[in-house]
Design a protein around this ligand. Structure first.
Ligand SMILES: [Fe+2]
Ligand SMILES: [Fe+2]
Length: 311
């Protein structure tokens, strides 16, 4: 059987670090081993750039090796003086998605701890970004049904929004980021058929789905990874300021601020994602609906901060 290849942005390939996978270059319609791959220096990368080549390829079965390589080298990539903040954001985004995918396969203490390291570096990247870079980062986000991507989107949007809201306080953004990225971890305990059902859920399936906040709290507690911040985001990210949310139907100040921040960005990402039963909305359309039809759900001041962050 012909091997499948997946593209790798050459920005992900850290110069002078040994790569535990073989690189291929697309010549015409054939993938050919890339002869410079074993000695991939900054000069190699610049040469490819000059030739207009942005991607090399690896065999699909080496995807996990690539992932391990990316997470190991993220720190070096983020410190690379040759790379723009925009390129770094894109690498952080891809690395987080890979990491979430891996975490989803084995949601236990060891992989949560490993993910925590990646989230920490991601939050450092957010903190080092100025307003323009944050807006670039938000524009780069694509909204899809994928639970990994959704978790990363909520992680990035939630951390950025918390940074705006807590700009004059000493809240720990690393802890907040960790909580946001893991807000839906309880969905790992929802049956695959229900979680990935393309159409609308039946009433009984919906009841199953609505238990994921408590599953998330229980999972983190069981694995010894529950923090104050993750306790409120897992449990309260579907509570609504005006009441009517789940699991507790809390209202207003009964909901922790982090629960409210998480609910806001979670709702925004959900509106922008395309689903079988609803088309994806543009950011403008989503914000209009949030303002006009869902205003009860959100804290008014927080919503203003969110708009300020986006525009
Ligand atoms: Fe959720
Ligand atoms: Fe969510």
């Amino acid at each position: 059987m012909e091997p499948n290849f997946i593209p790798v942005d050459i920005q992900l390939l850290h110069p002078d670090v040994e790569k535990p996978f073989r690189l291929y270059i697309l010549l015409g319609d054939r993938f050919v081993p890339y002869s410079q791959g074993d000695n991939f220096t900054e000069e190699t990368r610049q040469r490819l750039f000059r030739e207009g080549i942005r991607t090399l390829h690896i065999r699909e079965e080496e995807k996990h090796t690539l992932h391990n390589y990316m997470t190991r080298n993220l720190q070096g990539i983020l410190a690379d003086p040759f790379m723009s903040q925009r390129e770094k954001s894109s690498i952080v985004y891809d690395t987080c998605i890979y990491q979430l995918e891996k975490l989803w396969q084995a949601p236990e203490a060891k992989s949560i701890e490993e993910s925590k390291g990646i989230f920490r570096q991601t939050v450092d990247h957010v903190i080092s970004s100025n307003r323009d870079a944050v807006q670039d980062m938000i524009l780069m986000i694509t909204h899809e049904v994928s639970i990994y991507k959704h978790s990363v989107n909520v992680g990035l949007l939630g951390t950025n929004l918390a940074r705006e809201i807590y700009r004059d306080s000493d809240k720990d953004l690393h802890e907040i980021g960790y909580a946001m990225f893991l807000h839906d971890i309880g969905k790992t305990e929802i049956e695959h058929r229900v979680l990935n059902k393309p159409g609308r859920l039946t009433k009984s399936e919906w009841e199953v789905m609505k238990r994921h906040p408590e599953h998330g709290y229980d999972l983190l507690l069981r694995e010894g990874k529950l923090t104050d911040e993750s306790a409120v985001t897992t449990l309260q990210h579907h509570e609504r300021c005006g009441g009517g949310g789940y699991p507790e139907g809390l209202k207003g100040d009964e909901i922790d601020e982090l629960g409210k921040i998480c609910n806001l960005v979670d709702s925004y990402d959900a509106l922008l994602a395309d689903r079988v039963y609803k088309p994806a909305l543009s950011p403008y359309e989503a914000l209009k609906i949030m303002k006009e039809e869902m205003q009860d759900q959100f804290d008014r001041e927080m919503f203003k901060e969110f708009l300020y962050m986006l525009y």
